[in-house]
Design a protein around this ligand. Structure first.
Ligand SMILES: [Fe+2]
Length: 509
């Protein structure tokens, strides 16, 4: 309930009417202002916040209609009621034109005047409430919109966090390349994602990661005679020639080579110190059209991948230094024995060739090269009089020699950097039939790379001079290896070895 009285202005040139009305309304608790004409009425309106105005029409100086018109210009929401003794159609129309809300016929009944006043004030209140309500609805709408924006923003932050977390858990370059692909599929809902390493010098692209989606090969081959991977490479090179960077093509133009299959595609470079190191490309075969937000996410992914690769490169530098140190030990060991010089280098090379023949991954190739080069590092722990003994070994001495895979694994494990390599070194003298050492593992329980290393190691041992015997003929060695397939050696590895040996056998193989 309001405490201050309602302020009413009554304008009439008849003093008697003003007196009666003023007395009536004051008694009813209103605060009443009066004016004898329009001019004085406007002066009152300037000073007082009037809530309803009653005015006569015929007055000197400024009549009621002119006053109503002026009021409308100054304060359009102030209700004006005109009172006239001679209502006419023309007057009625004019009053409405001037924004007058009602009119009363003289002689005015005071109670009727009050009823009109109450009705008008109630209507005004409703009008104001309505205005507030409308504003409130607008506010609600805005809030809703803000809420949607906020949810979007939260989702965005979550996505960015997931991306960052993913890279912080990855510790190899291949892991990072695969992560770029996985994130492209998960976060961008792409059907096919490639990661290529790019060389600026010869503009070459090497595909290092992509997901399986099962659709592209048959479809693109039918349409274009080549698979999506080749088309993607050609497309990426086209884009690199252009200025687009990163590039988003949501709807490939008609007659583009891949427009029948690919609905939308995106190419984002991965830059390390401003140099393009790799390219992430994403393809959509369904309704999904990539948009600016997808580009934003993919750029974020490639940025995070770039810094992860830089970190790993730093580590790899440390790895390389440590590897060089270990390798120097192996070399130092080997040069003391005329007959084992370069043995480890050759074993690494043969193991690499067999692994390639068996279709090992790049990561496995890295591991076997490392393990091949350092497989005998454990011989550091064997006494020289045993290690360098020119004749045959006694059983006891042989038992000592058999400790070298275990010692080697122990040395590597202490560095904590090469767990997978350590495992391969530990088992390089296991036999396929389970009679090897140190653990007597059998068949597929022996790590695949150890089985490969075992064949490479045995081949080089037999094909090289030893203190106690001359080297065997290559043909003879190959025969022995074939004969021991399934007992000492894994038959699959022996097959790969025979393929390599029969194909392009180098002089020292
Ligand atoms: Fe060995």
């Amino acid at each position: 309930m309001r405490k201050d009285p309602i302020k009413v202005l009554i304008v009439d040139d008849e003093e008697g009417i003003l007196d009666v009305a003023e007395g009536y309304f004051q008694k009813k608790g209103y605060q009443v202002y009066t004016a004898p004409n329009g001019v004085e009425a406007l002066e009152v309106l300037e000073r007082v916040n009037i809530e309803c105005l009653f005015t006569d029409i015929n007055m000197p100086m400024m009549d009621g209609l002119e006053l109503a018109e002026k009021v409308r210009q100054i304060e359009s929401t102030l209700p004006v009621v005109v009172m006239t003794g001679f209502p006419s159609l023309e007057n009625s129309i004019q009053t409405l034109k001037n924004g007058v809300v009602d009119y009363l016929i003289k002689p005015v009944n005071l109670e009727q005047m009050e009823l009109t006043l109450k009705r008008i004030l109630r209507e005004r209140e409703l009008f104001v409430e309505n205005l507030i309500l409308k504003e409130e609805m607008g506010r609600q709408e805005r809030l809703k919109q803000l809420n949607v924006e906020l949810l979007d923003r939260i989702e965005e932050v979550n996505t960015l966090n997931r991306i960052m977390e993913d890279f912080s858990n990855t510790d190899s370059s291949y892991g990072i390349f695969n992560k770029v692909v996985d994130l492209g599929v998960d976060e961008l809902k792409a059907d096919k994602v490639f990661f290529h390493i790019y060389s600026d010098q010869d503009r070459s692209l090497v595909q290092v990661a992509s997901n399986d989606c099962g659709i592209e090969d048959e479809q693109t081959r039918n349409l274009y005679g080549s698979d999506l991977s080749e088309l993607a490479s050609a497309f990426i090179l086209d884009i690199l020639d252009g200025e687009h960077n990163p590039c988003l093509i949501s709807e490939p133009r008609k007659n583009d080579r891949i427009d029948d299959v690919v609905h939308s595609l995106m190419v984002v470079p991965l830059k390390i110190r401003d140099k393009t190191f790799g390219i992430a490309s994403a393809f959509s075969f369904n309704e999904k059209l990539f948009d600016e937000k997808d580009i934003y996410y993919m750029s974020f992914i490639t940025q995070k991948a770039a810094s992860a690769i830089e970190n790993i490169a730093l580590y790899e530098n440390i790895y390389d230094n440590l590897f060089s140190t270990l390798y120097a030990f192996v070399t130092a060991l080997e040069v003391r024995d005329l007959y084992t010089r370069k043995h480890s280098t050759r074993v690494a090379k043969y193991a690499d060739m067999i692994a390639a023949e068996m279709g090992c991954t790049e990561e496995e190739m890295d591991i076997i090269n490392f393990a091949g080069s350092l497989h005998d590092i454990g011989k550091i722990g064997i006494r020289d009089d045993i290690l360098l003994k020119p004749g045959r070994l006694t059983d006891e001495e042989y038992e000592k020699i058999k400790e070298h895979p275990d010692i080697g694994a122990d040395i590597i494990s202490k560095l904590g950097l090469w767990d997978r390599e350590m495992e391969i070194i530990r088992h390089h003298h296991e036999r396929y039939d389970g009679t090897g050492y140190p653990d007597g593992l059998k068949g597929e329980n022996i790590p695949k790379l150890s089985r490969i290393l075992c064949v490479a190691d045995s081949f080089d041992a037999m094909a090289s001079d030893r203190a106690y015997r001359k080297k065997m003929e290559k043909r003879e060695v190959i025969k022995i290896i074939r004969e021991n397939s399934g007992t000492q050696f894994d038959p699959k590895v022996v097959n790969a070895f025979l393929n390599v040996a029969n194909q392009d056998l180098p002089d020292d193989f």
